[in-house]
Write a protein that binds this ligand. Structure first.
Ligand SMILES: Nc1ncnc2c1ncn2[C@@H]1O[C@H](COP(=O)(O)OP(=O)(O)OP(=O)(O)O)[C@@H](O)[C@H]1O
Length: 232
């Protein structure tokens, strides 16, 4: 059984139809990338999975359970965590307080040391306030806040955006370690090179439709695909 099995998913903002009969599958321990141009519907896809946007129709089976139409806190408790593009950490709280707070309402919880093992930098910065962190550190904290809740799957919305290339390399490495430890991940990313390195399989979304699906190795070998749908 897949970790996530989405079929016939449609989403609207008011009268605007954004996602059209989307089908998507993510297996346990897989890292899957969603690629597409600006406005293609990638963030809307993540928000629909998470229940932040209510799908207008379709089925979302998460670990065998139907979650389409459920509220986002219910979906979070079922084990899905969305790491928003804008990171949403508490600037006035320090690193450790951010992590503890995130764990409070979770069903399962990681010991903080497990998060610090993955992000040693966060341990060094554990008494620093959110506002004093660099962009890369904030992103680590945003991911750490999701992990502390012991998620079955994490949805990363443009985690590498605005970060220097060396920091991106570092985060890609860490995400790969997470994946090797068994973490299931969906990744939305404009940094195509980083996304194709990290993910084993990818979906290309074009104007709210799935235009292509396949192993990332295959996609990398088809420059015309990248050119047509991603402009790279
Ligand atoms: N809250 C909203 N209300 C109305 N329309 C929206 C809203 N959020 C996004 N849209 C529109 O929905 C479409 C898909 O947006 P979405 O953010 O899902 O795209 P995306 O692929 O994630 O692109 P980006 O990389 O720019 O975030 C776009 O046309 C966008 O303008």
């Amino acid at each position: 059984m897949s970790m996530l099995d989405v079929t016939g998913l449609n989403a609207h903002y008011g009268d605007s139809h954004i996602l059209f009969d989307v089908a998507l599958r993510v297996d346990r321990n897989e890292v899957v990338a969603l690629l597409g141009r600006n406005g293609a519907g990638k963030s809307t896809m993540l928000k629909s999975l998470m229940g932040v946007v209510k799908p207008s129709s379709g089925s979302i089976l998460f670990d065998g359970e139907q979650i389409a139409g459920r509220k986002s806190h219910t979906i979070a408790r079922a084990g899905m965590q969305l790491v928003h593009e804008d990171r949403r950490i508490f600037g006035s709280l320090n690193v450790e307080e951010n992590l503890v707070l995130a764990g409070l309402t979770a069903k399962g919880r990681w010991p903080l040391d497990r998060v610090y093992e993955i992000f040693p930098r966060l341990k060094e910065r554990r008494t620093s306030r959110g506002t004093d962190l660099s962009g890369g550190e904030q992103q680590m904290l945003a991911i750490g806040r999701a992990l502390v809740r012991d998620p079955k799957i994490i949805l990363l919305d443009e985690p590498f955006e605005g970060l220097a290339p060396v920091i991106v390399q570092d985060l890609v490495r860490t995400c790969r370690e997470l994946a090797m430890a068994g973490q299931t991940i969906i990744l939305v990313e404009q940094n195509i090179a980083a996304a194709l390195t990290l993910a084993t399989r990818a979906y290309i979304i074009n104007n709210g439709h799935i235009a292509h699906e396949g192993p990332t190795g295959e996609i990398r070998a088809q420059p015309e695909l990248l050119q047509r749908y991603l402009g790279v």
